[in-house]
Ligand binder design. Structure first.
Ligand code: NAD
Length: 488
C-alpha cells in the first residue's frame, strides 16, 4: 500500500469514529494550527525567503495575517456556523421543526499552489477543521522549502486526522486515485481539469481555485496618479505571481503615456531605482517559469523595465505599451511582473474585449464615475469585481472568494469555507399527530383536496418574522401581567 493510500485510509478510519464531531475537538485543532503559525513563524519566513525572495514584512502581510484572522474568526464563530439553521416553512409544515444541519463531509484533499503557499494551503484547512472533516494536506512541491515547514504541522494537529503528504506530481496523482469526499485544489486550470476528471471517477465534489487573466480598465475620468499607485502595488507584489494580480491594462490611447509615467514613478518609489538589490522585490519561483515569462516580452514595445537575470530568476517590473490582442502575452495568464497595456477606444470596446475572453478571477475598474462602474458590473462577469483598488477584496472574510467558469468553481473564506466543506443537510422533524392536515395529499384526490393543497403549500411562512411576532406578543403579555399585578 502506498504512503498516500495509507494516509487517506487512516484519516477515513479515524473520521468514521466521530472524533472530529465535537466542537471542542475542532476548536482545539484550530488553536493548535494557530500555535503552529506563531511558533514556526521564523521557519515560515526563512522558507519563503528561500522559495520566493519574500521579505519578512511581505510574509507577515500576505501569508500570516490573513490566516491568523481566519483561524480566529472560525474559533469565535464555530458554534454559530455549526448550529442548526431554521428555514422558512409553508402552512403544511408550520408545526414541524424544519432546519439545515451542517455536517462534515468526510475526508477532504487540499492541494496547494506555490505562490502564497502557506495561506493558500492552510486557509482551506481552517474550514476543513471547523466543519469537522479529516483532511489530507498536499503542499506544492514547487515551493519546496515551505513544503518542508508544513510537514511540521503533524506535530501540532492530530496527525491521524490531518496528515501532510509532500512530494511532486506522482504523489499528487497517487492521491487523486483515492476516494475523497471533497477535493479543494488551487493551481492552474490545466491541472484543474485533471483534478476534476479524477474526482468524477468517485463523484467527489470539487472546489477549484484557478487563475487566468484579470483585466484592469482605467477610465480617463479618474485620478490616474492614485489608480497607478494601486495598480503598481497589486501587479508587482510577489513579483506578479498573484492569482488576482491585474494581468493587463485596458485604457484609451490618450492616457497611455500618462499611465506609463505614473507607474514608472511608483516603481521607483516602491522598489527604488534598482529593484534587483531591493529586499521587498521578489523573484520568479524557478527557471522554467522565468523562461516562460521572458518569452512573453518578445515582439512587444517595452515602455518600462525589461531587464532580467536568469541566474537569480530576476525580472524587473516591466510595462509593455501598445500591445495587440493577438500578442503572445495576451494568450495566457502572465503570472509574473509584466504589465501589458492594450489600448481601446472607449468603455464599450473595453467591455467587448473582456467579454470575448474567459471569465476572469478578478476584474478591476478605475473610474470616478459611478455610471462607468455600474455599467461594467452589469455588462461583464468575473469571480470578483473591485473598483478603484486591487487585491483588497481577498481580505474580507464575508466576501466569497473564487472564480467563475474558467477561473474556478466554488468559493471560500470565512463562513463560505465552512459551508463549502460541509454537507448542508435538510432536516424535517414531524410529530405523529395533526393527521387531519395531511388528508389533502392522500388518494383518492379531489378538487376540494387540491384547493387545500394550494393553500397549505403555496403560503410561505417567514419563520424569523413569526418568531419576532411571538416575542412581541409575549412581551405584551408580560407587560400586561406586570401592570395588573403590581400597579393596581
Ligand atoms: P503548482 O505547480 O504548485 O501546482 C499545484 C498543485 O498541482 C501542486 O500540488 C502539484 O503537485 C499539482 N500538480 C501539478 N501538476 C500535476 C499533474 N500533472 N497531475 C496532478 N497534480 C499536479 O501551481 P501552479 O498551477 O503553477 O499555480 C499557479 C496557478 O494557480 C496560476 O494559474 C494561479 O492563478 C493559480 N492560483 C489560483 C489561486 C486562487 O485562489 N484562485 C491562488 C493561487 C494560485
Amino acid at each position: 500500500m502506498s504512503r498516500e493510500q495509507l494516509a487517506v485510509q487512516q484519516a477515513r478510519k479515524v473520521f468514521m469514529t466521530g472524533r472530529s464531531k465535537p466542537l471542542d475537538y475542532r476548536i482545539k485543532q484550530l488553536r493548535n494550527l494557530s500555535r503552529f503559525v506563531t511558533e514556526k513563524e521564523k521557519d515560515i519566513i526563512d522558507a519563503l525567503k528561500k522559495d520566493l525572495h519574500k521579505s519578512e514584512n511581505a510574509t507577515q502581510l500576505f501569508e500570516i495575517l490573513g490566516l491568523v484572522g481566519e483561524i480566529n474568526l472560525a474559533i469565535s464563530k464555530l458554534a454559530e456556523w455549526a448550529a442548526p439553521r431554521p428555514v422558512n416553512k409553508n402552512l403544511l409544515t408550520i408545526s414541524d421543526e424544519v432546519f439545515i444541519h451542517p455536517e462534515p463531509l468526510g475526508v477532504v484533499l487540499i492541494i496547494g499552489a506555490w505562490n502564497y503557499p502557506i495561506a493558500i494551503t492552510l486557509l482551506p484547512l481552517v474550514g476543513a477543521i471547523a466543519a469537522g472533516n479529516a483532511a489530507v494536506v498536499k503542499p506544492s512541491e514547487v515551493s519546496s522549502h515551505t513544503a518542508k515547514v508544513m510537514e511540521l504541522l503533524t506535530h501540532y494537529l492530530d496527525p491521524e486526522m490531518y496528515p501532510v503528504v509532500t512530494g511532486g506530481v506522482p504523489e499528487t496523482q497517487e492521491l487523486l486515485k483515492q476516494r475523497f469526499d471533497h477535493i479543494f485544489y488551487t493551481g492552474n486550470s490545466t491541472v484543474g481539469k485533471l483534478v476534476m476528471e479524477a474526482a468524477a471517477r468517485h463523484l467527489t465534489p470539487v472546489t477549484l481555485e484557478l487563475g487566468g487573466k484579470s483585466p484592469c480598465y482605467i477610465d480617463k475620468n479618474c485620478d490616474i496618479k492614485i489608480a497607478c499607485r494601486r495598480i503598481t502595488w497589486g501587479k508587482f507584489v510577489n513579483c506578479g505571481q498573484t492569482c488576482i494580480a491585474p494581468d493587463y491594462i485596458l485604457c484609451e490611447p490618450s492616457i497611455q503615456n500618462t499611465v506609463i509615467n505614473e507607474i514608472q514613478k511608483c516603481i521607483k518609489e516602491f522598489y527604488t531605482k534598482d529593484p534587483k538589490s531591493f529586499a521587498d522585490y521578489g523573484r520568479i519561483i524557478n527557471q522554467r517559469h522565468f523562461k516562460r515569462i521572458i518569452a512573453l516580452i518578445e515582439d512587444n514595445t517595452v515602455a518600462i523595465g525589461g531587464d532580467s537575470d536568469e541566474s537569480e530568476c530576476y525580472i524587473a517590473p516591466t510595462v509593455l505599451k501598445d500591445v495587440k490582442s493577438q500578442s503572445k502575452v495576451m494568450q495566457e495568464e502572465i503570472f509574473g511582473p509584466i504589465l501589458p497595456i492594450v489600448p481601446v477606444n472607449d468603455l464599450k470596446e473595453a467591455i467587448q474585449f473582456i467579454n470575448e475572453r474567459e471569465k476572469p478571477l478578478a476584474l478591476y475598474v478605475f473610474s470616478s464615475s459611478n455610471k462607468v462602474i455600474k455599467q461594467i458590473i452589469s455588462e461583464t462577469s468575473s469571480g470578483a469585481l473591485v473598483a478603484n483598488d486591487c487585491l483588497v477584496h481577498f481580505t474580507i472574510s464575508d466576501l466569497p472568494f473564487g472564480g467563475v467558469g474558467n477561473s474556478g468553481t466554488g468559493c471560500y473564506h470565512g463562513k463560505y469555507t465552512f459551508d463549502q466543506l460541509s454537507h448542508l443537510r435538510s432536516c424535517l422533524i414531524k410529530k405523529l399527530n395533526m393527521e387531519m392536515v395531511n388528508q389533502m395529499r392522500y388518494p383518492p384526490h379531489s378538487a376540494k383536496k387540491l384547493h387545500w393543497a394550494r393553500i397549505l403549500l403555496l403560503k410561505q411562512i417567514n419563520v424569523a418574522r413569526w418568531r419576532r411576532m411571538a416575542q412581541v406578543v409575549m412581551l405584551a403579555a408580560l407587560a400586561t401581567f406586570v401592570v395588573k399585578r403590581f400597579m393596581r
